[in-house]
Design a protein around this ligand. Structure first.
Ligand SMILES: [Mg+2]
Length: 151
C-alpha cells in the first residue's frame, strides 16, 4: 500500500511564533504591535515547537510528508525566511517539499496538521488534524494518533 500523504503547517505547529516576537527590539514591538507577522525577518528568528523536529522526522519515515504554510502577503521576506527556516531545522527531510499557499484546500492528500482553519485549511478535502485541539494538544499526542496508521 502506498504511504498516506500528510501536510504540516508551520506557525503554531512546527514553529513557535511567540519566540520570534520575544526576540524583537522594544522599538519594533511598539511599531508592529498587532501585526507582528509583518516585521521583516521575524520568521527567521523563531524556534521550533516542543518535539516538532523529532516528530517531523518520525512522520517522514512513515508517511509522504509536505510542509504547507501560508506566508503573509504584506511581508515578502517571510517567504524566504520560511524556506531558510525549513532548511536550518529540518534539513534534507523537507528538501523541495515546501508549499506556501493561501489556498490550502487545493492540495490533495490524506491529512493536514494545522492549528487553524484559515487559508483553506478548513476546506481541506482530507482529514484536518487541528493541532492544539482536544486529542491533538501537542506533538506527542499527534504522533500517538498517526501511530495507529502504521503497521
Ligand atoms: Mg498555523
Amino acid at each position: 500500500m502506498s504511504k498516506k500523504t500528510i501536510y504540516v503547517d508551520m506557525d503554531g505547529v512546527l514553529v513557535n511564533f511567540q519566540t520570534g516576537i520575544d526576540k524583537l527590539s522594544d522599538d519594533d514591538k511598539l511599531k508592529y504591535e498587532g501585526r507582528y507577522d509583518e516585521v521583516p525577518g521575524i520568521f527567521s528568528k523563531m524556534d521550533p515547537m516542543p518535539d516538532a523536529i523529532a516528530s517531523f522526522g518520525w512522520l517522514c519515515k512513515n508517511f509522504n510528508v509536505y510542509i504547507l504554510s501560508t506566508a503573509p502577503w504584506e511581508n515578502p521576506s517571510a517567504w524566504s525566511d520560511k524556506r531558510v527556516w525549513v532548511e536550518k531545522h529540518l534539513g534534507n527531510k523537507a528538501y523541495k517539499r515546501v508549499i506556501l499557499s493561501h489556498n490550502k484546500h487545493l492540495c490533495k492528500g490524506d491529512f493536514l496538521i494545522d492549528d487553524r482553519t484559515a487559508n483553506g485549511a478548513g476546506e481541506f478535502e482530507g482529514r484536518l488534524i487541528q493541532f492544539g485541539a482536544e486529542g491533538y494538544e501537542n506533538w506527542l499526542k499527534v504522533i500517538k494518533y498517526f501511530n495507529t496508521y502504521i503497521d
